[in-house]
Design a binder for this molecule. Structure first.
Ligand SMILES: [Zn+2]
Length: 433
């Protein structure tokens, strides 16, 4: 029997990150009520939790299948992944690339990309998307390469297909990742196909300013948002300031991923750039696991971490999201497809608090992606991850596999594990005697 999505109207006995234990009422895709949980062990009357003003269907609320008991679970806003590369994911073992920096990863990837088919890309993208969903991520923004050669849209076709296949389980945004040698016409063809945003990596272009202006002009012409790989190096070009000044009056969603360089400039330059980012309301997306892997190979001593200036961005009130970027491909051989891994790295390598780190992979990521507020707030979209544990610190540290994933008010994934640890000082004969 396949596992089918299940409509939920009541989440019982859930522990929120502030330690309170609550019941959460859901009407359709929206949270309508949050109240202190009834005493432990007392089954709630689902009908009693109804808000008469919430226009719920009482019949649906009384369905025991629509009630989920989350005793012993921490209830979190479901993570969103603001920066993925589903077209590249899970290719590490097929490519067997040398370990190395961004340039060596791009070289290994381009060689492999020439051989890919739409079906091959769709198979890996689908598998990766479902892994992320199983861990709790209910919205993903993925970049997709506009490829060189005579079939530049293979990746875009595959991702549009996968988005259609998994509609209703996970929200998927697509960004056309156009290198400097990709013609405008190919980017526009990707948008025609259903890709949502314009992307690129102008800091790698021979003329970064010209490439930046070209990409922004395409987005302006088409009236779509922009998400650029920005200044992904420790010492290379700085395009973030010109990016911010160009889009300062834009009303579409605009975001900048990586911004590694922002973390390496002097404090005055950094603060001036952050002021421009804030004025333009650009969302910044940190990608700790991939930056930690790709950056710093040329520094065997005092190796820098290669993260953007997460603390200063938050303190300045800039919208900050964080993602994993690559998973098991030439750009990052590892990764658990789990936002709790990204949150853990933001604490360990970025020195954010645990609450700040989880916000970056959930509420912050959703804001950067232009999604509606979600989670345990009245009026929030019912996007939840419930993890077995006692607190946010506990689940971020241990990342238990036991999880429930709720998307648009429906249970779409669940994982339950058992483990047995031998009792000390006992043997089989003493127990059976
Ligand atoms: Zn990327």
């Amino acid at each position: 029997m396949p596992f089918l999505p299940r409509r939920l109207t009541l989440l019982q006995n859930a522990t929120l990150p502030d330690g309170s234990v609550v019941d959460v009422t859901i009407d359709g895709e929206t949270v309508t009520r949050i109240e202190a949980a009834r005493a432990a062990g007392v089954p709630a009357d689902p009908g009693a939790a109804l808000d008469p003003g919430a226009a719920l269907d009482p019949g649906a609320a009384l369905d025991p299948g629509a009630v989920l008991d989350l005793s012993g679970h921490v209830l979190l806003t479901a993570p969103a992944e603001p920066h993925a590369h589903l077209d590249k994911a899970l290719s590490w073992e097929a490519i067997r690339p040398p370990m190395g920096d961004l340039v060596s990863a791009i070289t290994a990837w381009r060689e492999y990309a020439r051989t890919m088919t739409v079906d091959d890309i769709a198979d890996r993208a689908r598998e990766q998307l479902l892994r992320m969903l199983g861990q709790g991520t209910t919205a993903v923004r993925t970049h997709v390469d506009i490829l060189l050669g005579d079939q530049p849209l293979r990746g875009a076709q595959a991702l549009v297909q996968v988005r259609q296949e998994l509609a209703g389980l996970v929200d998927l945004e697509l960004v056309a990742l156009a290198g400097p040698d990709v013609p405008d016409s190919a980017v526009e063809a990707a948008l025609d196909l259903g890709v949502d945003l314009v992307g690129g990596s102008s800091h790698l272009a021979p003329d970064p300013s010209a490439d930046l202006q070209r990409l922004l002009a395409i987005a302006a012409r088409r009236g779509v948002g922009v998400d650029l790989h920005t200044d992904e190096s420790l010492a290379g070009a700085i395009t973030l300031g010109e990016f911010a000044e160009t889009v300062v009056d834009w009303t579409v969603t605009v975001s900048a991923g990586h911004c590694v360089r922002l973390g390496t400039v002097d404090a005055t330059t950094r603060d001036d750039l952050i002021a421009l980012v804030k004025a333009a309301d650009i969302g910044i997306i940190a990608n700790p696991i991939t930056n930690l892997y790709l950056q710093g190979w040329e520094h065997p001593v005092s190796t820098p971490r290669g993260l953007t200036a997460v603390r200063e961005l938050l303190d300045a009130g800039v919208r900050l999201g964080a993602g994993a970027d690559n998973v098991r491909d030439p750009f990052n051989p590892l990764g658990r497809s789990d936002a709790l891994e990204t949150a853990m790295l933001l604490v360990t390598a970025g020195h954010l608090t645990i609450d700040e780190a989880y916000a970056a992979v959930s509420d912050g990521a959703r804001s950067v992606m232009g999604l509606a507020p979600a989670g345990a707030v009245v009026g929030g979209r019912a996007e939840f991850l419930a993890v077995r544990g006692s607190s946010l610190a506990d689940v971020t540290a241990n990342a238990p596999a036991d999880r429930y994933v709720i998307h648009a008010g429906r249970l779409v994934a669940q994982s339950r594990t058992t483990s047995d640890i031998a009792a000390p000082h006992l043997t089989e004969s003493t127990v059976t005697a």
